[in-house]
Design a protein around this ligand. Structure first.
Ligand code: PRX
Length: 632
């Protein structure tokens, strides 16, 4: 197994068995291939009760030395990053490993010059421009903890995340391009910072050349700062278990939580999974369409590929601008061989003219990937036939912000592939299905709640500033297990098929939102008394957001009211969390103890009111008829 890359199904089986029988030996062997300043003293210490998870304790390293420095000798002139702008007429940007190394060192020096140091939390709120990738690595270089906030989130959502992590710095840009639109990013930062006392400095990268408000003493332009620094920046020595980053994600209760990943384990896991799932080879051109604001962008646009010495493509724009062939044009332009995207993008492109795909050659493609939500069979086949020409293995990769990297997936061309199935677990991953009582269901051909019974190096360590929340969210539902929040099936051959969330989390276009979070936002609207939000099947987004809202005074023009409610959600969270349907109701189906019966609301939202089950325990059963009649 060269480079710990599995090449046959037999090798997979051997590796899997070894990873279960001797997990420490298995992962230590993989970890050996990285650059450590000092080797670890202990491979693994763990319990899932507190939880306490430590990998490669005592090991010293810097992840950027592994992403950049160690490649300089052998791959210095190889392309590390290809950046394609939103507008196809604008020139693309390419950096070799040598150039990227230099850019990262410069940015790191700018951070240091502006007071950043090891352990500081730095919020990055930037569009998909090369400086975003560089900024993330620059933080890691100096040991500052990056907290990337997707640039589609609102000022209020950003402020919550900055305050939770007490960030001392924000890295941003003047504005961003998105299809035909240009959006003022710095203005959103200014609005957020009105309520964030911890931030001392804001570094602004110029993208649009807009005149923006610069606060004296706080805000500086990157292009001015970079003039004042050198191109050398030695990497900070980090402990394997020092924090590398925080990434906020939604759960079923409360505000988004800051998922914490650490340096050593995450590094080992990101590279191992990248190489094996996509069967990466040195000459590949790899493109992951995810935004770096999400975990997929962290692990599989940035860290996984760079750790492997790969050429990674980064795209500023959207799939449908200037036309529906944009993705395929980029594939042909750069000769992309591995392409990783989300089902929602596939479903939206399926709606277009088939010639938008067929007019491109797509000859360079070897492997296709899918991530973020269940991929329905129709989308799977369309992707496999029209994009992959039935010759590219299609890997459906299941994982989560909390898992750090891919957990269950076909290894391209190596392990069994079945439409709409993620497949077998990766070596080192020990999934189990449990029933309502938490008992393991051992047979095949079953369905249950998806849990993990053993740690893996890329897993969540804690939730920032609130370890108890981590325990409650993932380790308390079933004793001694990590609970994913997903339901899954396991077929006769042991292949997993992910059904989706079983908690109050909605997956909209592959992005997670808690129903409670959206309800809280809706309730901020002055007309609203109470609301309940559920997900429903949506042709393109996977799940849509359906809100049932009780209002104080319902005006004649309900459309205006709906528009106002939507505006409130956009303000509190961002456009991505906009409800698709809002039904104004006079009451909600509640039990006598005041609990909303979401099961009924979900049925109504799905348009299936034939069998609502037992409604006799409701406080006011009549409210159900009204809701049924008014369904949208
Ligand atoms: O429900 C699962 C779904 O996305 C959730 C994780 O969301 P997030 O942390 O935002 O990470 C998304 C990218 C890794 C999971 O709990 N999910 C992710 N991948 C798949 C999936 N559902 C089905 N199939 C997948 N391949």
């Amino acid at each position: 197994m060269m480079n710990h890359q599995i090449k046959t199904f037999e090798e997979y089986k051997t590796a899997y068995q070894e990873s279960v029988e001797n997990p420490e030996g298995f992962w230590a062997d993989i970890a050996e291939s990285f650059t450590w300043r000092k080797k670890w003293d202990k491979v693994l210490e763990w319990n899932f009760e507190e939880p306490n998870i430590k990998w490669f304790q005592g090991g010293k390293l810097n992840i950027t030395e592994n992403c950049l420095d160690r490649h300089l000798k052998t791959r210095g002139n190889k392309l590390a990053l290809i950046w394609e702008p939103n507008d196809p007429k604008e020139r693309f940007v390419r950096y070799t490993y040598k150039e990227l190394h230099e850019k990262v060192c410069q940015f790191a020096n700018v951070l240091k010059n502006n007071g950043a140091k090891k352990g500081d939390r730095i919020c990055i709120y930037m569009p998909m421009i090369p400086e975003l990738a560089i900024a993330v690595l620059a933080c890691a270089r100096i040991g500052a903890i990056h907290s990337v906030v997707f640039a589609g989130f609102s000022a209020s959502a950003m402020a919550d995340r900055i305050n939770d992590a007490q960030c001392s710095m924000v890295l941003t840009s003047d504005g961003l391009n998105r299809g035909a639109k240009q959006i003022p990013v710095k203005r959103v930062v200014d609005e957020a910072l009105a309520t964030c006392d911890s931030v001392q400095k804001v570094i602004v990268v110029e993208r649009l050349g807009w005149a923006v408000n610069m606060v004296e003493g706080r805000d500086v332009w990157y292009h001015d700062e970079v003039q004042q620094v050198g191109k050398d920046c030695p990497a900070e020595e980090m402990d394997a278990e020092d924090m590398l980053f925080i990434l906020y994600t939604s759960g079923s209760t409360g505000k988004p939580k800051g998922v914490v990943h650490t340096c050593g384990g995450y590094m080992v896991y990101a590279q191992y999974t990248f190489r094996n799932v996509f069967q990466y080879e040195e000459s590949d051109i790899y493109w992951c369409t995810a935004d770096i604001g999400w975990v997929t962008g962290h692990t599989y646009l940035l860290y996984g590929p760079l750790l492997s010495g790969a050429t990674t493509v980064m795209f500023e724009g959207v799939p449908n601008y200037p036309d529906m062939g944009r993705f395929w044009q980029i594939v042909d332009k750069f000769g992309v061989s591995i392409f990783y995207t989300a089902p929602t993008a596939i479903r939206s492109l399926m709606g277009g003219d088939i010639d938008d795909v067929l007019s491109y050659s797509l000859d360079s493609l070897k492997v296709l990937g899918s991530v973020g939500e269940p991929i329905n069979e129709e989308a799977w086949h369309w992707y496999h036939i029209h994009v992959g020409k039935e010759r590219c293995p299609l890997v459906d990769t299941w994982w989560q912000t909390e898992t750090g990297g891919i957990m269950i997936s076909t290894l391209a061309g190596i392990t069994p592939m079945k439409p709409s199935h993620a497949g077998l677990p990766l070596p080192g991953v020990q999934p189990i299905l449990v029933d309502n009582e938490g008992n393991e269901i051992k047979e095949n051909g079953v369905e249950g709640y998806l849990c993990m019974k053993f740690p893996w190096p890329g897993m969540i360590r804690t939730t920032y500033g609130d370890p108890e929340r981590c325990r409650l969210s993932y380790f308390s539902t079933y004793k001694g297990l990590y609970f994913s929040g997903d339901g899954a099936k396991r077929d006769e051959n042991g292949l997993y098929r992910i059904i989706g969330r079983v908690d109050d989390v909605i997956n909209v276009s592959g992005h997670r939102f808690g129903t409670a979070e959206i309800e809280e936002a809706i309730n901020h609207n002055e007309h609203v008394i109470e609301s309940a939000v559920v997900g429903y099947p949506h042709d393109v987004k996977g799940q849509g957001i359906y809100a049932f809202v009780i209002c104080k005074d319902v005006p004649e023009n309900q459309e205006m009211l709906r528009a106002e409610i939507i505006e409130t959600v956009v303000e509190k969270i961002g456009k991505i969390a906009r409800p698709d349907k809002i039904q104004i109701v006079s009451g909600l189906p509640k039990t006598r103890s005041g609990k909303i019966m979401r099961r009924i609301l979900r049925k109504v939202a799905e348009g299936d009111t034939s069998n609502l089950g037992d409604t006799s325990t409701l406080l006011d059963p009549a409210v159900v008829d009204e809701i049924k009649e008014g369904a949208l």
